[in-house]
Write a protein that binds this ligand. Structure first.
Ligand code: FAD
Length: 411
């Protein structure tokens, strides 16, 4: 006997009307503005300011966008919106979301006053747009974040922090108005001796080094950032002095500090990267599906060959599986469920690996047309690769998951 469906259920995987509306709104921008511009900005390898202006005019490149998406109590709106944006284009998507990294760092570590002061300055306004950048990575500290060397020293006399060091791989580095810099305040404490600082616009001593020529997401600016006696007011320490001193005192005593909370925050941003990867994977899958139905060889559409149809079936299955992990992690992060099994890392790991695999499969389904720039598939394959590298490589995600499930400090 089949039980009747209950009237009200506590669990649902269906988006509500508000989530669907937001999804469609971002999808419209992705389809009408981002897609048509994607190839040009990929070739130019420049920040797509005119596209950002369009995004700013309708509120996609604005503080309210992340605030609205982030306010959804289920956590899904953010994941859904980011997937649509990156379905449009990952390079332009990163030009938009690079600022989001700085926003996440300010909102996650700053006081309400600091958040209110710096968030609008990260975006500027239509006609006078600005950017934010989040500067963690260094030449000798990529995966090994504890190895940071950039130093922040407090100068009591002027109530200033003085920053010195070199950052690398920074999205929007050097062209941003606001740089959030993670630096060492107590070298004896390793990762527990780090703090985050806002470097305000036009601060002297902060300069851009090499701008990298990249494999993918080429509309997004990635560069070295040099910090040479950068003096910033004491109030630019995110979270404030009192909180930092308390945290350092605890760390010196050897007791548990906020660092675990910081790691949890980092975990919480990973579903967003998973959602980016999903957008690219889905774009490639949809394109390959349409192509396989239209392209004829041996007198029939190529999808009539099981080798092709099964590949498409696997692509759809893998993408949907990845999305479920991303949604679960986004929901857990928003509802503050502890990531006991590193579910944030799991979602990023799975979605990024699926994006690389699915875009490669899409090239194969298109044959020669997948290998040339007449179709967007080769660009999507180039773009997809970044998701297995930034915000923690796939190996580091596996390490985080392995440590979480084993309870051991595995290396
Ligand atoms: C386009 C782009 C944009 C970026 N944007 C930013 C940004 O805005 N801000 C920022 O701070 N950083 C940014 N990054 C940096 C990014 O987060 C790092 O590249 C990433 O964390 C990896 O560090 P790494 O490149 O130094 O690689 P490495 O750490 O040198 O790793 C090299 C290889 O060794 C592996 N490996 C390292 N340690 C282990 C281990 N313990 N076990 C197993 N394998 C291991 C890695 O998985 C990888 O395969 C960006 C990078 C790129 C390419």
């Amino acid at each position: 006997m089949v039980a009747e469906a209950p009237e009200a259920v506590a669990f649902s995987l269906e988006l509500n009307d508000e989530q669907k509306q937001f999804q469609q709104w971002v999808h419209g921008f992705a389809e009408d503005v981002m897609r048509p511009a994607a190839s040009e900005w990929d070739e130019r390898e420049e920040t797509p300011w005119p596209v950002l202006e369009e995004a700013a005019k309708i509120g996609i490149y604005a503080p309210g966008f992340l605030a609205h998406a982030g306010a959804d109590p289920t956590g899904l709106t953010m994941a859904v919106a980011i997937e649509e944006m990156f379905w449009g284009d990952a390079g332009i998507g990163m030009a938009i979301m690079g600022t989001g990294l700085a926003i996440a760092a300010i909102a996650g570590n700053g006081t309400p006053e600091q958040t209110a002061e710096w968030l609008p300055q990260c975006y500027g306004e239509p006609g006078n747009l600005k950017m934010g950048a989040f500067c963690v990575s260094e030449p000798d500290a990529g995966s090994d974040v504890a190895a940071l060397k950039t130093r922040a020293v407090y100068d009591e006399a002027g109530d200033e922090w003085v920053l010195n060091g070199q950052k690398t791989w920074i999205s929007n580095g050097g062209i941003a108005a606001v740089h959030v810099v993670v630096a060492v305040v107590d070298p004896d404490l390793g990762a527990r001796g780090h703090a985050s600082f806002v470097v305000p616009p036009d601060t002297s001593g902060l300069t851009q080094g090499t701008k990298f020529k990249k494999h993918g997401i080429r509309a997004s600016h990635t560069a070295e950032v040099f910090l040479d006696d950068v003096r910033i007011p004491g109030k630019c320490l995110l979270g404030g002095r009192e909180k930092l001193d308390a945290r350092l005192a605890k760390a010196r005593e050897g007791s548990s500090t906020g660092v675990q909370a910081a790691m949890r925050t980092f975990e919480a941003t990973r579903p967003a990267v998973g959602a980016m990867a999903l957008g690219v994977a889905r774009a490639a899958y949809e394109y390959a599906l349409d192509y396989a139905k239209e392209r004829h060889q041996f007198g029939q559409p190529i999808i009539e060959n099981q080798a092709i149809s099964f590949t498409l079936a696997d692509m759809k299955t893998e993408i949907d599986a990845a999305r479920l992990l991303v949604w679960r992690a986004a929901w857990m992060a928003r509802t503050r469920k502890p990531f006991l099994n590193a579910e944030g890392s799991m979602s990023k790991l799975k979605a990024s690996e699926v994006a690389v695999w699915a875009t490669e499969r899409a090239i194969q389904i298109l044959g020669g047309m997948g290998y040339v720039r007449e179709t967007p598939v080769e660009r999507w394959a180039r773009d997809a690769k970044i998701f297995t590298i930034f915000e923690g490589t796939s190996e580091i995600q596996r390490l985080v998951v392995a440590r979480a499930i084993s309870g051991m400090h595995l290396t």
